[in-house]
Write a protein that binds this ligand. Structure first.
Ligand code: ATP
Length: 484
C-alpha cells in the first residue's frame, strides 16, 4: 500500500500533475505546484463542487473574498488566541515535532505490537491533556512513554509550547504604525463578514448558503504525505445559515448530501466513513469528518460542523455591527413572526488539494494485462470522465496520406466543447497507453477508412474496447459520456 502511494506520487510528477514548489532550488517544504494536467484536474474538481453546491441550489450563492482581512477578524474568530498546535523540539537535532503527533504515533505503535492496554491508557491521557491544554502533562507523557526522536534517537526534549499556525506579514509600507495582517487560515471568515452584504444584495431568505473556493495558509509544524498537509492550500467551503433550533436537522441533511457528492463519482462506498468528533471545538455543537481510506489509513477529507451562532455573534461583538436577520415567517407556536435573530450556521469544508489526492489515489491502477504467452501491464488513471484533464485524444494512425489533416479537422470541430489532446508521435499502442496513464477516457483513431466513409474508432480507456462511429456523432457521444 505504501509502495502504491509512492507510485502515485511519482506518477503525478512524471505526467505533469503535481511538482514540488521551487524544485530547482531543492524545494520548499509542504508547498506544491500543479502542472499542466494537475491544473485541469483541479479546475474540473472545482467545477464539480461549484455546480453541485451553487448551480443546483437556488438558495446557495458563491462569493470570492480577499485573502487579506482586517486583523481584528482573527481576534474575533478565536484564531489569534486559539489556533495552535502543541510543539516540541529536540535540542540535539533541532528538529521540531507536534507533541500530539508523537503521542499518536506511539499509540499506533502500541496497537501494532498488540499492546491494547497501553494504547488505550495513553489515548485517554493524551485526550485529557489536550482538552485541558496541559502542556507540561503532554511532555511528561512523551517522557513516560519513552518516545524517542524519530530521527536522532537521543532525546533531549524542550518543553511543549503552543505554536500559532497563522502566517503574519506587514501591511502597507513598513513605516511606523504599519499593521500586522495574517494570511487567512480558512476561507470561512470571508463568508461570515459578508453575511449581511450577500443577504441584503441578493435578497436571500433563511435558510440559505454562501459558498466559496479559495486559498488558505497554515504554518503546519509537520508536513506529511505529499499534498495531504500543505502550508498553502485551497478550501471549498459553504456556510449554511439557518433558524436557531433547526441546526441539527440541517447538519444531518448536509452530512448525507456531502457524502453523496463523494460517492457520485463512482467511488466504492467502503472507502468512505464518517468520523464523529468526540471533542468539539469551542464553537461547535456537532461535528463530523468524512474520511477516505488512503494507503496510510482513513483520514479526514471534509469536515461538517454545526458552528452555532458563534462566528456571527463574535463579529457582532468585535465590529459593533448588528449581524441579525429579520425572519418574517410566522412561528406556529407563538403565532408571531420569528423576528430578529443571529442565524445558526452549518459549515461544509473540504480541502481541494486533499480531495485531488483522493481522486488520484482512487483512480491509479497498475493493471496486469499478461496473457499466457506475453507479459504486459499498463498504468491507468480511472478518473471519472467529467474530472479527466482531457476528454478525448485525437490520434491519426500514421503521419502521412492526409490522416493528420483529417485528424486536425475533427480536433477543431470538438475543441470548443471539450478539452482535447492531439498526438501523432509513436505507434498507436504506445499512444493509447500514454492516454490511459493521464486518464483520458476516449481515444479517437483516424485511419484510411476514415477518408472513405467518415467514420473513426473510439477506444474506451477502462475496457480497452473499440467501436466504429460516424464523425458526425462524435460531439454527442463524447458529450453523453463525459457529462454527469
Ligand atoms: P487536520 O485535522 O487534518 O489538520 P483540520 O481539522 O484542521 O484538519 P479544518 O480546519 O476542518 O481541518 O479544514 C477543513 C478541510 O481543509 C480539511 O478537511 C482538509 O481537507 C483541508 N485542510 C486543512 N488543513 C490542510 C492542510 N494543511 N493542507 C491541505 N488541506 C488541509
Amino acid at each position: 500500500n505504501e509502495e502504491n502511494f509512492k507510485n502515485v506520487i511519482s506518477h503525478a510528477k512524471e505526467y505533469g500533475f503535481v511538482f514540488q514548489s521551487s524544485e530547482i532550488y531543492d524545494g520548499l517544504s509542504a508547498v506544491y505546484d500543479y502542472g499542466q494536467l494537475g491544473a485541469e484536474l483541479k479546475n474540473n474538481i472545482k467545477t464539480y463542487w461549484w455546480k453541485a453546491m451553487v448551480q443546483l441550489n437556488e438558495n446557495i450563492v458563491g462569493i470570492d473574498s480577499a485573502i487579506f482581512m482586517h486583523p481584528k477578524i482573527w481576534k474575533a474568530s478565536g484564531h489569534v488566541d486559539g489556533f495552535n498546535d502543541p510543539m516540541i523540539d529536540n535540542k540535539d537535532s533541532k528538529k521540531r515535532y507536534r507533541a500530539d503527533q508523537l503521542l499518536e504515533d506511539k499509540i499506533e505503535a502500541y496497537k501494532v505490537a498488540g499492546d491494547q492496554q497501553n494504547a488505550e491508557s495513553l489515548q485517554a491521557d493524551m485526550d485529557e491533556a489536550l482538552k485541558a491544554e496541559d502542556l507540561p502533562r503532554l511532555k511528561a507523557l512523551i517522557e513516560e512513554h519513552k518516545i524517542a526522536c524519530p530521527v536522532s534517537k537521543t532525546c533531549n526534549w524542550t518543553d511543549v509550547r503552543q505554536f500559532n499556525l497563522m502566517f503574519a506579514t506587514q501591511f502597507g509600507a513598513m513605516a511606523e504604525g504599519a499593521e500586522e495582517v495574517y494570511l487567512r487560515p480558512e476561507t470561512a471568515q470571508g463568508i461570515f463578514v459578508n453575511f449581511l452584504n450577500v443577504q441584503k444584495s441578493g435578497r436571500m431568505k433563511i435558510p440559505f448558503g454562501i459558498a466559496q473556493i479559495g486559498k488558505a495558509f497554515r504554518n503546519e509544524v509537520i508536513a506529511r504525505q505529499f499534498i495531504m498537509r500543505m502550508r498553502e492550500f485551497e478550501q471549498m467551503e459553504m456556510q449554511f445559515f439557518v433558524r436557531p433550533g433547526s441546526e441539527l436537522e440541517w447538519y444531518n441533511k448536509w452530512k448525507e448530501i456531502r457524502l453523496q457528492w463523494h460517492l457520485a463519482l463512482g467511488t466504492d462506498p467502503k472507502k468512505y466513513q464518517f468520523h464523529d468528533h468526540a471533542k468539539l471545538a469551542h464553537y461547535a455543537n456537532a461535528a463530523v469528518d468524512i474520511e477516505y481510506e488512503f494507503p496510510f489509513g482513513f483520514k479526514e477529507v471534509e469536515g461538517i460542523h454545526s458552528r452555532t451562532d458563534f462566528d456571527l455573534s463574535q463579529h457582532q461583538e468585535f465590529s459593533r455591527k448588528k449581524m441579525q436577520y429579520f425572519d418574517p415567517e410566522v412561528n406556529p407556536e407563538t403565532g408571531k413572526p420569528y423576528g430578529n435573530y443571529v442565524p445558526y450556521v452549518i459549515e461544509t469544508s473540504i480541502g481541494l488539494d486533499r480531495f485531488f489526492l483522493v481522486t488520484l489515489v482512487n483512480a491509479f491502477e497498475e493493471e496486469d494485462l499478461s496473457t499466457a504467452d506475453k507479459q504486459d501491464s499498463r498504468s491507468v488513471l480511472r478518473l471519472h470522465p467529467a474530472l479527466a484533464p482531457y476528454k478525448a485524444a485525437v490520434l491519426p494512425l500514421t503521419k502521412k496520406d492526409g490522416l493528420p489533416e483529417k485528424a486536425r479537422e475533427i480536433m477543431d470541430a470538438l475543441k470548443f466543447d471539450f478539452n482535447m489532446a492531439y498526438d501523432e508521435k509513436d505507434a498507436i499502442g504506445k499512444r493509447y497507453r500514454r492516454q490511459d496513464a493521464i486518464g483520458t477516457p476516449f481515444c479517437i483513431t483516424i485511419d484510411y477508412d476514415t477518408l472513405e466513409d467518415n467514420t473513426v474508432t473510439i477506444r474506451h480507456r477502462d475496457s480497452m474496447e473499440q467501436e466504429r462511429v460516424a464523425i458526425a456523432d462524435l460531439n454527442r457521444i463524447i458529450g453523453d459520456l463525459v457529462s454527469w
